[in-house]
Design a binder for this molecule. Sequence first.
Ligand SMILES: O=C(CO)[C@H](O)[C@H](O)COP(=O)(O)O
Length: 161
Amino acid sequence: MRIHIATDHAGLDFSEQIQTHLREAGHEVVDHGPQSYDPVDDYPSFCINAASATVRDQAAGIQTLGIVFGGSGNGEQIAANKVRGARAALVWNVDTAKLARQHNDANVISIGARQHSLEVAIELIDAFIAEPFSGEERHVRRIAQLAEYEATGLIAGREID
Ligand SMILES: O=C(CO)[C@H](O)[C@H](O)COP(=O)(O)O
């Protein structure tokens, strides 16, 4: 699978080690930065680039997922979700990693590098990558509502309050 990855200064060390893990597992990793440590760098552009590339590859039929990291993962998730078509989930245990795929068909995982050990972060990412979307009708319906809202501001053809 192709994995698009991005972080900021708070996750750089993590990102480098996780990229090694992913490459050893046979994935193609595309690093969206940062390329060097800058304690005052800003996560939005890195994370938006990773999410955009993930959405673009999926639209082209390429099997791909995105990973974004930061100190908490909150801002990184918010940034990724600004990209149309991105469904970024902030994951904090194996259950939320699996549910992000099963129920939400999340295409980007966000993780707080200051919240977990490297071993746990790798466990969360591996669980996320391995889990398929359930494809169940209720989840398909809810995801379609989000996509419709993103595209038109409507849900099921109606304005919402
Ligand atoms: O997690 C993050 C955003 O949600 C950032 O990584 C975090 O805010 C960076 O903090 P600082 O600039 O104090 O190192």
